[in-house]
Design a protein around this ligand. Structure first.
Ligand code: PGA
Length: 298
């Protein structure tokens, strides 16, 4: 039989998602590209792997058997890679980390310092949203995820490695600069992150705790977009202090100093419970445990 590991991997994601569209998002491939690979695999196997009942995709008996064998195979391949990396004494190996939006303001600095220590390890950093970080962990596409607000919907092990102070930001000429406490922000225009964002969860909690009814003027999917909208004068928002280091220096943004605001979460490294970490991944975890990195003071 003449099929590839890549085709088997695509098949496993489609089988898990029960949808070519959803699988293509996870795989960063187009739908036709996924369909072509599946068709080639199916032609090689010589049996249909999927069937449709109504609009719902199901695995055939051959598909079920194939996924079973693929799971065994991918476990063995993972062990093989780990063993080979150990034999090479960590001279090579790769590390992949998927972080949520705000992670892009500190993770490259941490990974850069890790690379100075282990120059041969190939590093891949994916900056995305919480849902995709979770998917990457569940599909075993990444070694680690990084969140600040924990996601209780699936079981992970985690290591807190960095405090995450959160601040309210406004444009420099904002009338809310004079606000002293939360109640002075009642009715203020707020820019929210997308549903699912950890920062949004914290802000919603703050509204509730302080009985604030904000005017939500827009909802944006990244911290960078939020910063731009605040600088453009559309409203106030909550961001990690790591995200605004430059804007504070250049005075492009103001931090609202409220006496009743002291918000802090913690950045954590997550991995699927029970996952066997590769030597490169273990080295990165130890690097964080031993706090072998330094970040500019906030
Ligand atoms: P985000 O990250 O709000 O940038 O998505 C914070 C988190 O997930 O905890």
């Amino acid at each position: 039989m003449n099929y590839t590991l890549h085709q088997l991997h695509i098949f496993s994601i489609v089988a898990h998602k029960k949808s070519i569209t959803k699988a293509s998002e996870v795989l960063y491939m187009t739908q036709p590209a996924v369909s072509i690979q599946l068709k080639q695999l199916q032609d090689q196997i010589g049996l249909p792997l999927f069937e449709f009942i109504g609009k719902q995709m199901h695995l055939t008996e051959a598909g079920e058997k194939l996924i079973e064998c693929y799971n065994d195979l991918s476990g063995s391949l993972e062990r093989l890679e780990t063993e080979m990396d150990s034999l090479k004494g960590m001279k090579t190996g790769s590390l992949s980390v998927s972080v949520v939006s705000t992670g892009k303001y500190f993770m490259p600095y941490i990974l850069g310092q890790f690379r100075l220590k282990y120059p041969q390890i190939k590093i891949k950093l994916e900056v995305t949203n919480r849902l995709l970080v979770k998917n990457h962990l569940m599909e075993n596409i990444t070694d680690f995820g990084v969140y600040s607000v924990p996601d209780q919907s699936f079981k992970t092990e985690n290591l807190g490695f960095l405090d995450n102070p959160l601040v309210l930001i406004a444009p420099p000429n904002s009338p809310y600069k004079k606000a002293k406490s939360f109640k002075d922000l009642n009715g203020a225009p707020f820019i929210m992150r997308e549903i699912g964002s950890g920062t949004r969860l914290v802000l919603e909690d703050v509204f509730e705790q302080n009985s604030i009814t904000p005017e939500i003027v827009m909802e944006l999917a990244t911290t960078e977009a939020v910063k731009q909208a605040v600088m453009a004068g559309f409203g106030i928002s909550l961001v990690s202090k790591y995200a605004i280091r430059q804007e504070i220096k250049t005075k492009a943004l103001t931090v609202l100093e409220l006496k009743d605001l002291d918000l802090k979460t913690q950045w954590s490294l997550l991995w699927v419970a029970g996952k066997q970490l590769s030597p490169a991944a273990r080295a990165f975890k130890d690097f964080l445990v031993q706090k072998q990195f330094q970040l500019e003071e906030l």
